[in-house]
Design a protein. Structure first.
Length: 417
């Protein structure tokens, strides 16, 4: 698996006329599950996925270290609070999530067929339901090393990519539905405690039913999830579910995680929109499920997703002879560990560089950030122009406050004690 450095370009030619060999073939298999029988699907990296008792919601994921991780994957929906009925009060709508019943209803029947597609780099386990177009579990082949001989440590290994293609939510029964993805039966006794992240940065500790009454327990325990939600045991074993967009989530039952992936509400909540959230469009969302003992895996995957390369397609027969590819990957070295950068023009001759440390457990040292003698900032150079671009001369580096209105040293000097 190729690594692409900052501001680098790699070009590939897809030749559809090339004769297929056995190593390039995509193997497809349809499996009819039998009740009470476990079914094994062999994966890459000495991993395996078991479908327990022939039920397509109950799984055991065996990672490359031989550890088994049980979980269930299912979909349900909450009935949104509507005007019809004896009870009054706030209606559910675009701004308000209020469930009529404090428990999930089953969404779509569970099938007995599973479709398995095996390629050289990806294995897909596809589950098709009546209302859900498809649920695809993807497992990637990350075994190998890069051009420098380093063993590939991409975190897509031992992480399950879950893609849900959700069709139009039916409301023929005049029932509003808020569709939920549920990961449960993990064996994690989290004692009503779960964690959500804030803006992809700081993790917040949540306690179920700590500030709400019983009638509002579901909606009152939902929190914004920008990129990750997890539960863990006291010894550190945790189950993490990451998302590709901001969603509401919670852990309503111990050992479970749920995220709201779509809504269709037929009444207005009187909060300003003046129309119902009657969205009949299909959606396609991705989540990543993995098992770990710390935050490193979550933050590494978050970094990979936030900095993934842009892919462009072009109809050409071959690469132009005049095209010069970017520097070889041997020239690429990692100068920052899990650092997200935001760079913008601050004034005519100043750049604002904001660094975010994604590590929760330790500080991070940015190597070769500023060389005062040479007047260079290696990190800035790599991010903007790459190693082969013209050298940017830096006259001075000043550390400022988050608001940028004064230097940090000045703020500390004037700080009230």
């Amino acid at each position: 698996m190729d690594r692409i450095g900052t501001n680098q370009l790699k070009s590939y030619i897809w030749n559809s006329n090339e004769s297929s060999s056995n190593s390039h073939e995509l193997l497809e298999d349809t499996i009819e599950l039998k009740k009470g029988e476990d079914h094994r699907i062999d994966l890459f990296n000495n991993e395996a996925l078991f479908i327990k008792k022939g039920v397509l919601t109950d799984f055991v994921y065996v990672t490359s270290d031989g550890v088994s991780h049980a979980f269930s994957l299912d979909y349900g929906y909450y009935r949104s609070f509507q005007r019809s009925g004896a009870e009054g009060g706030q209606l559910g709508g675009a701004y308000i999530f209020r469930a009529k019943k404090q428990y999930l209803m089953q969404y779509a029947e569970i099938p007995s067929l599973v479709y398995v597609r095996k390629g050289r780099q990806v294995i897909e386990v596809v589950i098709k339901r009546a209302l859900l177009i498809a649920t695809t579990l993807r497992f990637y082949n990350t075994k190998g090393s890069d051009e420098n001989g380093r063993v590939d440590t991409l975190v897509s290994s031992q992480a399950i990519e879950i893609e849900t293609s959700l069709g139009t939510i039916p409301v023929d029964d005049d029932i509003d539905k808020e569709v939920i993805l549920v990961i449960a039966d993990t064996g994690i006794h989290n004692n009503e405690v779960f964690y959500t992240n804030s803006n992809g940065l700081e993790t917040q500790r949540r306690i179920r039913s700590s500030k709400v009454n019983v009638k509002a327990s579901v909606a009152g325990n939902y929190y914004p999830v920008n990129s990750a939600i997890y539960i863990e045991k006291s010894k550190g074993e945790r189950v993490t579910l990451m998302n590709d967009r901001s969603q509401g989530g919670s852990s309503i039952q111990d050992g479970s995680i749920e995220l709201m992936i779509h809504r269709r509400v037929l009444e207005d909540d009187s909060r300003g929109v003046q129309e119902a959230l009657n969205d009949d469009r299909p959606v396609r969302v991705k989540h990543w499920l993995f098992f770990s003992n710390s935050s490193v895996k979550q933050r590494s995957l978050q970094y990979d997703l936030d900095t993934q390369p842009l892919v462009y397609y072009s109809l050409i027969d071959q690469l132009p002879q005049t095209q010069k590819l970017s520097p070889t990957l041997q020239n690429y070295t990692v100068t920052a560990d899990l650092i997200k950068l935001y760079i913008r023009l601050y004034s005519e001759d100043e750049l604002l560089v904001r660094l975010h440390n994604l590590r929760e457990d330790q500080a991070v040292t940015v190597q070769e950030f500023y060389n005062k003698e040479e007047g260079t900032c290696r990190l800035l150079q790599d991010e903007l122009l790459g190693r082969q671009g013209p050298i940017i001369k830096v006259k001075e580096v000043k550390e400022v406050t988050l608001t940028t209105i004064q230097q940090k040293s000045e703020m500390l000097r004037k700080k009230y004690k």
